[in-house]
Design a protein around this ligand. Sequence first.
Ligand code: FES
Length: 138
Amino acid sequence: MPSVEFQEANITITADEGQDLRKIALKNKVSVYGGLGKLFDCHGFGLCGSDRIKVDPKDCVTPMTWKEKLHLNEKSGIRLACQTKLCGDATVSIAPALAHGEELKEGLMVFAATLVFGGGTLFFIVFMLFELAGKPLF
Ligand code: FES
């Protein structure tokens, strides 16, 4: 049975060949998500792209799936844990998932700021239109 070392969790696990790295990690209470990625995960369907990992060596896992190719640059060396099946001893880093979680957080903050600023601006415009029409809102 191959072994998998999860670097950030500082844990080494033996697992069955052919199992995906997400299931191996979650079964052993190791997270493969970072930041807000935990909230938006697709439970292993390869849709959300939030369980990004780096595996070393590259030939200890199955080749990239078409779902991974939709989310990731093939040359980046980053994989989706839910799509990556174990073939041999591996070392896994979740640094890409942590970075992706931070990107999601920044994106959400920009969205929230846009919503607040846009909503305030819209309210001001409506308020002024009613004022100009001689029918004050308040
Ligand atoms: S859990 Fe969503 S892509 Fe892997």
